[in-house]
Design a protein around this ligand. Structure first.
Ligand code: G6P
Length: 613
């Protein structure tokens, strides 16, 4: 949460920082600010979007080749001008931005107050800048030395960038448990929470490790050390072009719709190199290079949050069916704080779009400490989770900007589908011929999704009919149960309508009490199995006057006959059913949110990357 950027180079910092912040708004967008150093330190910050800050800055003359910027998702203190970053002290010669949570800030604040420091904001972050000032005053040390000493005192998560009027021509940064990447380009430095924020010309990056401290200087020097001051050789990595192009919205009004429509291509990218032309061999490298681990495993535990957790449940159904491997799916936040039984023969899979969700990271650390073999299914290359796991598979969805996850989800279940086939084959639970059939089917997905997307207009009309409902129920069975959960989550995230996903048969144990003529019930029913059972749930709903919106196969007549509205999707096997059924649910949420006048790409209170507990 929160996006931070820092610029130092030969160009004006301000436009580079604003452009970077706009690209980081997916991390939080309740307030923003920036500080530019040009002899004196100028700080501007306010509640609202980066666009508001940008408009305000048009009336200011802002030059300076070194600066920092922040876009906030509030944790400590409401989103207002004072709590916005950068933070400074009374002397106003230091400016600091922070992403993360300082867990011991109260204790540190009390000590500083006792020494005479007074605080303006309610944030935990402000304490860091006061600590830096205090240490510099006490030890007359450099900014980098003070940052080094301060980082030892901080508990929790932080990525910070700080600049000082007393030490112009340098920018100092440090991190622990929050991401920070340094872009380097011919004497220019661009630091950011995500490489996506880099200006196009930056093609090389250094991914900072936990407890690293970096000093970037105007003369082009970069000094990297650990928190004991021991120098480290920076590892510079080349960045691909695609990370930059994904940021364009093109002809689309919203990233969400663009990302929904990109899904056929995303699946092609995800499958590339993982299925051979003869459909003989699924080839997830992380699995074939560690076959013994997978063969010996008695259990797989999937840890994830949000939409990625739903993908995990789809994975459970597919892997248990094809590979007969016991799979548990846990919310990472629950896993990390109970006493899960983890054996060294277990495989723990972390699914995460961002690869940096705090709870998923912590769950993974626990699994590693218990000796389990860890596997990452991440989208963002080089992310913390992908670096921490023993092996893994990237989902290759490209940058996902819309806060509500769509293309990342499809790519996650695509990887899990291939994983299920590969493990089934490896464990000899399916034959080569069966594997071949599954692989052929999964390869048909781009075309089938392309066809599903053609129902957009019809779904828009259904949205028109139901957009003012105050509650929705989503029902599904088997592998379409997690799709019902995902459909409900998509709707509540972006339209603020209360929605619940349920395993269809569970409806009788509570939710049925909610059903009346005002309740739309979305029934996800494009599989062959359970058809009659789903039909019974439909009848039970109708008997209570609920309105049925069904997602069914083209060939269906049974469930359609009892539905108020029908969304027909291409016929497919039960194995492919969840890949197809999720698409109309994404589209339905999109149009309902649009009709309700909601900010589809930046829903209130949410952030795409949840780096705090
Ligand atoms: C946030 C996002 C969701 C995402 C979840 C887990 O809540 O808004 O879209 O599913 O975090 O994120 P991850 O990056 O770990 O998949």
């Amino acid at each position: 949460m929160c996006g931070i950027v820092g610029y130092l180079g030969k160009n004006d910092a301000h436009p580079n920082i604003i452009a970077g912040l706009k690209k980081l708004e997916y991390r939080g967008y309740d307030s923003s600010g920036l500080a530019v150093l040009n002899g004196s330190l100028n700080i501007y910050k306010m509640s609202g979007k980066v666009e508001d800050l940008c408009n305000y800055l048009q009336s200011q003359s802002l030059c300076g080749q070194i600066g920092i910027g922040h876009t906030r998702w509030a944790t400590h203190g409401e989103p207002n001008d004072i709590n916005a970053h950068p933070h400074t002290t009374r002397r106003k010669d230091l400016a600091l931005i922070h992403n993360g949570i300082i867990e011991n800030y109260k204790e540190l604040k009390e000590k500083l107050e006792a020494k005479g420091h007074s605080f303006d904001s309610e944030t935990d972050s402000e304490v860091i800048v006061h600590l830096i000032e205090d240490i510099q005053d006490t030890y007359s040390c450099s900014l980098e030395k003070a940052v080094q000493m301060v980082s030892k005192k901080l508990e929790g998560a932080f990525a910070i960038i700080v600049i000082s009027q007393q030490e112009p021509g340098k920018l100092v940064a440090a991190k622990r448990n929050s991401p920070l990447v340094i872009g380097v380009d011919d004497g220019e430095f661009f630091l950011a929470s995500d490489k996506l924020a880099f200006p196009r010309r930056f093609k090389k990056a250094i991914f900072m490790e936990d407890n690293d401290i970096v000093t970037c200087k105007q003369n082009g020097d970069l000094i990297l050390s650990d928190w004991t001051g021991k120098l480290k050789a920076p590892i510079i990595q080349e960045l691909g072009d695609h990370i930059i192009n994904d940021y364009e919205k093109g002809e689309y009004e919203h990233f969400m719709l663009k990302e929904i429509e990109e899904q056929p291509q995303v699946i092609k990218n995800c499958l590339q190199g993982r299925i051979d032309v003869n459909y003989l061999e699924p080839k997830l490298r992380g699995i074939y290079e560690n076959e013994v681990k997978f063969l010996q495993a008695s259990k797989m535990t999937i840890v994830a949050c949000g939409t990625s957790w739903h993908a995990g449940i789809v994975g459970k159904y597919l892997i248990e069916k094809l590979a007969k491997l016991n799979v548990e799916v846990d919310y990472a936040s629950e896993f990390r704080y109970r006493d899960p039984i983890i054996n060294s023969s277990d495989i723990v899979v972390a699914i995460s779009q961002s690869g940096e969700t705090a709870d998923t990271l912590a769950a993974l650390k626990m699994a590693k400490e218990a000796g389990a073999f860890t596997y990452g299914v991440c989208n963002v290359e080089g992310s913390a989770i992908s670096r921490m796991t023993d092996a893994g598979s990237y989902t290759c969805a490209g940058a996902e900007i819309g806060v509500a996850s769509t293309k990342a989800f499809i790519s996650q279940i695509c990887v899990l589908g291939v994983m299920a086939i590969q493990l089934g084959l490896l464990k000899r639970k399916i034959t080569r011929e069966e594997a071949r059939e599954y692989l052929q089917e999964i390869s048909q997905l781009p075309g089938l999704i392309e066809k599903t997307l053609k129902s957009k207009g019809d779904i828009q009309k259904i949205a028109q009919k139901y957009f003012s409902a105050s509650d929705f129920l989503y029902l599904g069975r088997g592998v379409n149960f997690p799709i019902a959960l995902e459909g409900a989550l998509k709707l509540k995230e972006i339209s603020y309508i209360h929605a619940e996903g349920y395993a269809a048969a569970e409806m009788k144990h509570g939710p049925i009490a909610l059903i009346d003529e005002n309740m739309p019930v979305v029934v996800v029913a494009n599989q062959e199995s359970y058809k009659d059972k789903i039909f019974s749930s439909v009848k039970e709903t109708k008997a209570r006057k609920g309105k049925i919106i069904s997602i069914v196969k083209e060939s269906d007549t049974l469930i359609s006959s009892e539905s108020d509205d029908v969304i027909k999707v291409p016929n497919c096997s039960d194995f492919l059913a969840p890949f197809i059924s999720v698409i109309p649910l994404q589209i339905l949420s999109y149009y309902i949110a649009l009709l309700r006048g909601c900010n589809v790409d930046q829903p209130r209170n949410l952030a795409k990357s949840v780096t705090v507990e």
